[in-house]
Design a protein around this ligand. Sequence first.
Ligand SMILES: Nc1ncnc2c1ncn2[C@@H]1O[C@H](COP(=O)(O)OP(=O)(O)O)[C@@H](O)[C@H]1O
Ligand SMILES: O=C(OP(=O)(O)O)[C@H](O)COP(=O)(O)O
Length: 399
Amino acid sequence: MSVPQTLDDLGEIAGQIALVRVDFNVPIGNDGAVGDDTRLRASLPTVMALRRRGAVILLLSHLGRPKGKPNAAFSLAPVAKTYSSLLGDEVHFLEDWTGPGAQRAVSELEAGDVALLENTRFYAGEESNDPELASAMADLADFYVNDAFSASHRAHASTVGVARLLPSYMGRALEDEIGALQSATGLGRRPSTAIIGGAKISSKLNVLEQLSTKVDNLIIGGAMANTFLAALNKPIGRSLAERNLEDAALRILKSASQGKCQIHLPQDVMVGRELTPHPLSLRTALVEDVAADEMILDLGPLTVAKTLDVLRSSQLLIWNGPLGAFETPPFETSTFAIAQAAAELTRKGSLTSLAGGGDTVAALNNSGLTADLTHVSTGGGAFLEWVAGIALPGLQVLT
Ligand SMILES: Nc1ncnc2c1ncn2[C@@H]1O[C@H](COP(=O)(O)OP(=O)(O)O)[C@@H](O)[C@H]1O
Ligand SMILES: O=C(OP(=O)(O)O)[C@H](O)COP(=O)(O)O
């Protein structure tokens, strides 16, 4: 396998068109405004380097999961506005980049111009990696840059298909991510602990299985834990869970018990009857004691204390997924307590802490502790797969 080319390998690119895959899958609030902008900022070094060299820059991204159809709720238009402010210059927005007018619209852009293309997932061919959609992307540009580590575990038209059709390069953010992950995980620090929370249960169960063969402790929280609790016949009321994945959860528990990995599930949880700020129905419950009309919305104090004990005896932490519905107070409590402990142990030098994921980064930024961890990745699923040793198709195609 050859080494991927980087922006340093590009020749003269003045006047050429660069198609840059970024991950602008950022939280959008009810007011339509961008929430955490970490992923937008991460792309600036690549975009500025290409601008300095006189290229035209087309930015390609997905947002959310609109299932292959246009849907205004998932439009990247508000992101283009926020990106304009970060860049300090106009960012053009190309709503239709596959129709007959697309080539003309691109040809009207000038050296140094930046344009964001509408959500790639408005096309069914994106997730199926359809060759026709990949060709439509490739037809717009002279070369391709992947700067979206956090989408590189997806074999989609914008991450894999188009990279096969154009000269392809790694962007600066992608290079930095891989460098940081390699240096932090390369030393084989033990005991190692993975903490997995969040809500993307189906897309992360497979990686949990792989991870359980690599780490000493696997702590499961967030909505992910609810599926495991339900599989063990604990009452989870109206909690978010994926009931059809209970067998897979049981398989992971069984394979971990046969290996050296200890799995930790919540003993107690914070529950409420509604997901609103500080609901009157808020209470702490043992996992045996959740009522049919309640939802598990955060870890409870016993579980947090146990998690902190495991962390204190660990040398490496790999963390993806908020441990509760952190956007709604007080369900950020366990996520913040664990972030606080990870930050302290990292400052003392006893822990190497790696965390990642769109919402995990947002939660860490809310806690003000991001800078205290060893490395915070923009990727969640991609970060976990990388750590578990699974090849990422969006990176493989660059080699
Ligand atoms: N117990 C829970 N109930 C409902 N939602 C939860 C719970 N725990 C975590 N979440 C939600 O998980 C989401 C983040 O999940 P995910 O996308 O997997 O994380 P990341 O983006 O960091 O990879 C957040 O919106 C958070 O509110
Ligand atoms: O936010 C993302 O992943 P993450 O939630 O695992 O951090 C990426 O943009 C990938 O999104 P996807 O999981 O809908 O393919």
